[in-house]
Design a protein. Sequence first.
Length: 59
Amino acid sequence: MDLKQSFAELNQNLNNFFNFIADKLKNYKNLSLGEQIAYPAVGLGLILLLVSLVMFVII
């Protein structure tokens, strides 16, 4: 498998992942309470991780 095929497969996997998340969030009201809590918590965790990395590099 060459590099171009590897990147194409990675791109397809990422697209499938984000489409899955987008479909879940379209039906947010129908999710279980645990899922309604988990999705924002994971998103907030990723945002805080990015902020901490930026602050570590700057300071």
